[in-house]
Each structure stands twice: as C-alpha cells, then as structure tokens.
Design a protein around this ligand. Structure first.
Ligand code: C2E
Ligand code: MG
Ligand code: MG
Ligand code: MG
Length: 283
C-alpha cells in the first residue's frame, strides 16, 4: 500500500536528476506546490544499543514523493529549499510531523516506544531568529516532552552565522538535546565542542566504513569515542552496515549505533511494527 513505497527498502528508483543549476532551480520552483499539496513524507531510522540492538531512539528523515519523479532524496532538495528559503516552512512541518509521531508511538507502545526522536535542522533554520520559539511551540502543540527531542546540526550549520550559536544555547537551555551530525567531516570539529552546548556526537559513516581493517579509520573512530567519554557526551556511530563493524565499534566502547545493519529508514506503519519488536524476535 501507499506508505510502503516510501521506505528505503522499497524505494522506487527515480530517474537520476542531473546536478545542473537548472535542475536545482526546477526542483526549487516545485517546492512550493509540493508543500501545498503534501508531497513530503517522513521516514524513521532506528538508533540502537550495542551490542544487543535494542531500540533507543529514532532519526526522522524527510522524503519528497514527487508525482512524476518518484522519491527524491533530501540531498537533492534540501539545498534547493535552503536556497529559496522554503526550508523554514518545510523544516517546521518536519519538526511537527516528527514530534506528533513520537507522541503517537508513546501512546501506542508505551515503554517500548523509542525514547527520543532526532530531527535534522539545516543551516538556514538555525540562523533564523526565533527558531527556539518555533521549537517550543511545536513541543507545546504536539505534547512531546522537551527531553525527548534531539536536534541534529552539522558543523557547517553551526558556523553558518546569524543566530546559530545563540539558538543552540537557547535550545539547550530549554532542555532540547543537541547532536553534532556527520562529526569529523566539517571544520574545527574539536574547537566546536568548547563553544557550543553539545550532548551527542554522531561519528560520520566515513570513519565507520573501514573500521574492521586496522588503519586510519579505526584510529579516528577510537579517538572520537575517547573524546566523547572524556567530555561526557553520547557517541553514536553512523552508517553501520555489517555485524563486523557493529562488533568492532562495541569493542572500542561505542554504546549506540545507527545504520542499515540495524534498520533502514522506513515510513510508518512499517517502522514501528518492525523496530519496536525485541531484536531477537525480528525476522
Ligand atoms: P544525515 O542526517 O547524516 O542522515 C543519515 C543519512 O545516512 C540518511 O540519508 C540515511 O538514510 C543514511 N544512512 C543511514 N544508515 C546508512 C547506512 O548504513 N549506509 C548508508 N549508505 N547510508 C545510511 P538520507 O535520508 O538520504 O539523508 C541525507 C541527508 O539529508 C541527511 O544526512 C541530512 O543531512 C539531510 N536530511 C535528511 N532529512 C532531513 C530533514 O528532515 N531536514 C533537514 N534539514 N535535512 C535532512
Ligand atoms: Mg542526521
Ligand atoms: Mg549524519
Ligand atoms: Mg549526512
């Protein structure tokens, strides 16, 4: 049925869009209609405990279910939405949809529901004056307790200027958790940990990819877990695709992981039907 097509496992393959500025502009021009006619969907990916695979949290990821092009990846349209400013409106829809979903899981699954939901926030949203109020209103309107929301930002977004750092301080003060996404791939990574209130380090997939072959990746992944421990942060290893990677990460001290090995992003209702089950009882 319809919702099924949105999950990555069942992803319809889209004719590859070329990267031309022209194509970006076309996508950008269609974003308004897409918002007005409800073409965006959320998918959810589990963040699990190592080594058991128990569900701990969820990352919400947006998809564009385009009537002609099929599913379009956020890497293609978030930049366009940032460029024309519609990310502000789309971002608020994403935040509210994710919070509403988290409240529903809590009602449906009780203690087995994911304990936290992560929402990605782009540079322009973070730079926007009044973003803290947008978040506070979304929490109040949906009834999601503030401690259950994590906001994921990249190092680039933090350096995006405007109100970014002040907003992070306000959000943290409010009780929202702050995660640094794709950590290690931006600039001034370590210095950032002194200037912004960070709770979670999401260690980028590139450091996980070759972790089972002793080498640079393993060294960096090891260093980053030590930094996390030392600063009292939570580390999440991103993009874990194999059991061997999961084992090695656990051996290095990682307690949380995310990746296709544990579950691909899926739309509801497939997500909860699968993820909320105990790992041992999953097919
Ligand atoms: P991200 O926040 O770092 O999200 C993780 C990306 O890695 C997701 O791609 C996810 O599907 C993918 N992934 C997860 N596990 C694996 C794995 O084991 N192997 C591989 N190869 N990939 C894996 P996705 O959903 O295409 O999103 C791409 C990026 O787009 C996100 O990176 C995030 O920066 C941005 N994005 C996604 N959803 C949103 C959103 O709602 N708002 C904003 N502002 N940005 C979003
Ligand atoms: Mg993210
Ligand atoms: Mg990431
Ligand atoms: Mg990423």
């Amino acid at each position: 049925y319809a919702a099924k097509a949105v999950g990555d496992t069942h992803r319809r393959h889209t004719a590859d869009l070329d990267d031309s500025a022209d194509e970006q502009a076309r996508l950008g021009a269609e974003l308004r209609t897409a918002l007005d006619t409800g073409q965006f969907r959320m998918v959810y990916q589990p963040i699990v405990e190592l080594p058991c695979g128990r569900l701990r949290a969820v990352e919400a990821l947006v998809r564009w279910d385009h009537p002609e092009r099929g599913l379009i990846s956020p890497d293609r349209f978030i930049p366009a939405a940032e460029h024309n400013g519609l990310i502000i409106e789309l971002g608020e829809w994403i935040l509210r949809t994710a919070c509403t979903q988290a409240v529903e899981w809590q009602a449906d699954w009780g203690p087995r529901a994911p304990q936290r939901i992560s929402v990605n926030v782009s540079a322009r949203q973070l730079a926007q004056p009044g973003f803290t109020a947008v978040v506070a209103r979304a929490l109040a309107d949906t009834g999601l307790p503030v401690g259950k929301l994590t906001v994921e930002v990249t190092e680039t977004a933090v350096f995006g200027g405007g109100q970014a750092v002040q907003t992070l301080n306000e959000l943290h003060e409010l009780g929202v958790r702050i995660a640094l996404d794709d950590f290690g791939t931006g600039h001034s990574s370590l210095g950032l940990l002194q200037t912004v209130p960070v709770d979670v380090l999401k260690v980028d997939k590139s450091f996980v990819d070759n972790i089972t072959m002793a080498g640079r990746h393993a060294v960096i992944a090891t260093a980053l877990i030590r930094v996390s421990e030392g600063l009292g942060l939570t580390a999440v290893a991103e993009g874990v695709e194999t059991a061997e990677q999961a084992e090695e990460l656990h051996r290095l001290g990682y307690q949380l992981a995310q990746g296709y090995h544990f579950g691909k992003p899926e739309a509801e209702p497939d997500f909860a039907a699968y993820a909320v089950r105990e790992p041992a009882s999953r097919p």
